[in-house]
Design a protein around this ligand. Structure first.
Ligand code: NG6
Ligand code: CA
Length: 516
């Protein structure tokens, strides 16, 4: 009896010791294997920032110490891509994990564009929200707002981000060269006086309505093409508007608004994992920086806007540090498309360029699918998990939904985000491989694609025209197909389509399969 008792006690003790040890081992393993609390996730999406525009990517005359610090402490990708070379399709894909060319109406959205994300589409925000994250978008939206008739500027503006998984939003509706210059907070224009309703349209509202054509000499920044309709703050824009006077912002203050909103939002959501989609407008036209950044570089407003962007990244980092959130927050920095110089205003971007290379060693930029249009600065920073390094693995902004879902432990329905690839291992494991192939596009459904497989890059140009290939907007005629070896010819200057027909034919076929 006594022996039976002792042997029972022995086994209980033994089980306790073993389970305690297992528990300790599990806790230890958790520190290194990813079972810590899910991280906060911040996407900092710059606008029209080129591969060569940051110090950490080779810029010599544009100081970007805050972004450079993220790169030094995190992963600096040399083959990071945005999925398109204009804003709307890249943003569409970044949120939905679906290529924009699969849907009509996904080219650059006009001022009164209705919401273009189909109702009920899962997004990176809705996936993370379903996993307990608090979610917000602050900055430029440019994915349309409202039902089929477009936004009801004086009422509830739905659908919008609140219908796509965001708990909170503070937006500029399209771009700042498009009307109107107001913020949308959640589903209303912020600070709108009902006695002064906001009207937005495509045609001049009255004969005497001042425009960039009729009042050109009064402008503080002259337009060079397009951008000659309603004037606000001494700058004429795309589209017309009247009213909403009290709700209008000053261009110079945009970055301060984004940073201020992000600061207070992070502080009030510090206790729960959050996802912040932070879309700075810098360096999109009109490039009008705050007075304190004017002259920060020798390159005029385009360079100064990059310094302003870097300042806002520094402000975000400061908030994270003050909230003790800097260890377990994943920050991704990237751009929505490649660079452009004269994009419609006379802001000396060409004249003051000097030796600066906005697209680094690459050719092309915004509006085309040469590498300069789609290869973007891409930085991943997550101090408790990421070992600092430079990575040549291929990853793309369209991969964010599945990648972040994997990191947050969120379920992705099989029919959701079908073009998105989970590249979370590339962030966490220096030996992991990125994408073996990638499709990129230009704008909307033009039929122009870039297709990369390893060192090979195919360009398919159904329109046979491309813009901004030499960072000037004059069109360039292209053959339907071109093939480049990015290893020996990163600048895409030698079309090898005839010499390497066997490679090209296979890629043409696989691209066709991928876009179907
Ligand atoms: C173009 C605009 C350009 C810019 C672009 C969209 C003209 C002549 N050009 O149509 O200035 O607004 O659209 O840029 O109007 S994006 O970064 O939002 O895609
Ligand atoms: Ca853009």
């Amino acid at each position: 009896m006594r022996t039976a008792f002792l042997s029972g006690a022995f086994w209980i003790l033994a089980i306790c010791i073993v389970s305690c040890r297992l528990d300790l081992q599990a806790q230890e393993a958790g520190k290194t294997s990813g079972t810590l609390a899910p991280p906060n996730i911040i996407v900092i999406l710059a606008d029209d920032l080129g591969y060569g525009d940051l110090g950490c990517y080779g810029a010599k005359t544009i100081p970007t110490p805050n972004i450079d610090l993220l790169a030094a402490e995190g992963i600096r990708f040399t083959s990071g891509y945005c999925s398109a070379s204009t804003c709307t399709p890249t943003r569409y894909s970044l949120l939905t994990g679906r290529y924009a060319f699969r849907q009509k109406g996904t080219g650059v959205a006009p001022p009164n564009s209705p919401s273009i994300i189909p109702a009920g589409t899962p997004t990176v925000a809705s996936l993370l929200k379903s996993s307990g994250y608090h979610t917000a978008v602050i900055g430029k939206w440019h994915l349309g707002l409202g039902g089929p008739g477009g936004p009801d500027w004086n009422g509830a503006i739905r659908p919008g981000p609140l219908d796509f998984g965001f708990d909170d939003c503070f937006l500029m509706p399209t771009t700042n060269d498009r009307v109107p210059q107001v913020f949308v907070k959640n589903d209303r224009v912020l600070g709108l006086d009902p006695a002064d309703p906001l009207w937005v349209g495509e045609t001049k509202p009255s004969e005497d309505h001042p425009t960039g054509l009729t009042h050109r000499s009064s402008l503080k920044m002259n337009w060079s093409h397009g951008h000659n309709a309603t004037i606000h703050n001494g700058i004429s824009r795309i589209g017309f508007y009247t009213g909403g006077t009290q709700a209008r912002f000053r261009d110079e203050d945009l970055s301060d608004h984004w940073a201020g909103q992000a600061d207070s939002w992070i502080r009030s959501h510090r206790d729960k994992p959050f996802f912040l989609y932070f879309c700075s407008h810098a360096l999109h036209v009109p490039r009008v920086v705050h007075e304190r950044f004017a002259g920060a570089t020798p390159h005029g407003p385009r360079g100064d806007a990059i310094v302003e962007l870097d300042w806002s990244v520094g402000a975000l980092l400061k908030t994270l540090k003050e909230c003790n959130l800097d260890e377990n927050t994943l920050v991704m920095v990237c751009s929505d498309n490649g660079p452009v110089l004269d994009d419609g205003y006379e802001d000396r971007a060409i004249e003051a360029l000097g030796d600066h290379d906005p697209n680094g060693p690459y050719r092309g930029g915004k509006y085309n699918v040469f590498e300069g249009g789609v290869r973007t600065p891409m930085i991943a920073w997550w101090p408790s998990k990421i070992t600092p390094r430079v990575s040549d693995e291929v990853i793309c902004t369209i991969d964010y939904p599945r990648t972040f879902a994997a990191i947050a432990g969120a379920q992705v329905p099989p029919e959701a985000c079908t073009d998105s690839v989970d590249v979370s291992r590339v962030l966490l494991d220096p030996t992991a491989k990125g994408r073996s192939s990638l499709v990129v596009q230009d704008n909307g459904q033009s039929g122009n694609y870039g297709y990369r497989e390893g060192k090979w890059k195919l360009i398919r140009s159904d329109s046979q025209r491309a813009s901004n290939v030499e960072l000037r907007l004059t069109p360039t005629m292209l053959p339907k197909y071109q093939l480049f070896d990015l290893e020996s010819d990163p600048g895409e200057t030698r079309n090898l389509i005839e010499q390497r027909r066997e490679i090209a034919d296979g890629m043409i076929e696989r691209l066709q399969m991928a876009i179907h």
